[in-house]
Design a binder for this molecule. Sequence first.
Ligand SMILES: Cc1cc2nc3c(=O)[nH]c(=O)nc-3n(C[C@H](O)[C@H](O)[C@H](O)COP(=O)(O)OP(=O)(O)OC[C@H]3O[C@@H](n4cnc5c(N)ncnc54)[C@H](O)[C@@H]3O)c2cc1C
Length: 415
Amino acid sequence: MSRENITDIAVIGGGASGLAAAIEAKTIMPNAKVVILEKLDRVGKKILATGNGRCNLSNIELGEMHYHGSVRNAMRIIGATPSAKEFFGSIGVLCTADSKGRIYPRSNNAATVLNALRMRAEELGVIERCGFEANFIESTDNGFRISSVSGDKYPCRRIIVAAGGYAAPQFGTDGSVIRLLRSKGCHTTKICPAVAPLRVRPELLKGLKGVRAKGRVIAYSGGQFLKEEVGEIQFTENSLSGICVFNMAHLFSKYEGKLKLRLDLAADMEHEQLMGYLRVIHYQRGKHTTDELLTGIFQRNLASYITKRALGKPLTDKISSLNEGDLRKIVQLIKNLDFDVTGSAPWKDAQVTSGGVSGECVDDRLQLRKEKGIFLCGEILDIDGDCGGYNLQWAWSSGVFAGRNCAESLRGARL
Ligand SMILES: Cc1cc2nc3c(=O)[nH]c(=O)nc-3n(C[C@H](O)[C@H](O)[C@H](O)COP(=O)(O)OP(=O)(O)OC[C@H]3O[C@@H](n4cnc5c(N)ncnc54)[C@H](O)[C@@H]3O)c2cc1C
C-alpha cells in the first residue's frame, strides 16, 4: 500500500476524547497522517450540550472516589496528563472554577471549547472525516482496515477507538462500537445508564411531578448504607432526579432490584427540632385543615403529599385533630422518605454509561491486550465519573494518554 493511501492513525469518534487524542497524537508525531472518522455530520456535538451548554470540563477536586468501574488506573492516567486548565490553556481556553469546584471555560459557553479544539486540530493538520460510521475492523499486513456502514474502507496503521458508550444516543452514541469490540473478543461489563434519574413506582410520586426540594439522598441496599449526597432533588412522574440522584445511578448496576433511596427533606434539622416546630404550628393553625400543616416548610404539593402519606387521613380534617403521634409520623416521614428503585432512566435521559469495555482488556497504555495497535479512550471503557466535570476530565485525559501512546508506538516507523 502506498504512503498516500494509508492513514497512520485513525480515530474512531470525534467526541471529547477523540479530539483530545487526535490533537495529542499529531502534536507528538507532526508527520503522521491523523484522521478522525466521525459518524455524525460534524464532530463534538455532545460537547455542545454539556453542562447545560456551559461545559463543566473538569473539577478542582479530582480523586479516585469520584470514578467507578473496572479501569483501576484512572487517577494515574489523569496524573500523567496535563490538568484541564493546562490542556485548555494551551489551546487558548481560559478556565475558572465555581464555588463547588466545578471548572468551566471563562466564556461559560461550550461552543467555544469545541471551536478551540477544532481550531487546534486543524492548525496541526488533523483531518476530519464526518459521515463515516465505523462498523467493522479487520487486521491487514500494514495494520488495519476500518469499514463503514455504507461500505467505505479505511486502511490505517493504528486505531484509537473513542466512540463513547450508549448514553445520549441523540449525540451519536448508541453503543455500536462497544458491540463491534465485543465481536473482536473484548469482554464488556454490565452496562446501564449513569449520571441519570432513577425510576421509582409512579404511584408513590402522585402529585409531585415538577416539585423540587433541597435534601439529603441516602442510597441503601439490604439495610447496608452505600452513599449519601446533599442537593436539590427533583420529582418527575416516574423518577427521582437532580444531581444528587444522578450520582447514585451508577449503583443501580450492582444493586439492581435491591437499591433503595431514602430522602431526608430536612437534612439541616434534627427530629426534635422539627417536632418543636410542628407543635407550635399545630397550636397556631389548629382551625385550619391538615393540608396547611407544612405550609412554610415545603411547597404546596410536597407539603400535602407528606401529610397524606404519613397519616393516610383526609387532608380536610382540622389540624387540631392531629395528636402527638401523628406529628411524629410526619417528622419521621420528612426525615425518611423511602423509595425502592425500580429501574434506571432511558438512554436518552442519561449523561453517561456505567460499564463498557472492561479495564482488563487494555494494558497500562490503554492498548488492547489482544490486538496491539488499537488504543481505547473515553466512555467506551468501563469507567464513569460523578456529575461535576469528572466525565469530561476522563475523556480529555484518557484521550491525551491514548493519543500519546498510540503516536509513540509509531516511532521509528517510516511515515
Ligand atoms: C447532556 C449531557 C451533558 C453532559 N454534561 C457533562 C458535563 O458538564 N461535564 C462532564 O464531565 N460530563 C458531561 N457529560 C458527559 C460527557 O459529555 C461524556 O462523558 C463525554 O463526552 C464522553 O466522551 P467520549 O469522547 O468518550 O464520547 P463522546 O463525547 O460521546 O463522543 C463519541 C463520538 O463517537 C461518535 N461515534 C459513535 N459511534 C461511531 C461509529 N460507529 N463510527 C464513528 N463515530 C462514532 C459519536 O457520534 C460521538 O461524536 C454530559 C453528557 C450529556 C449527554
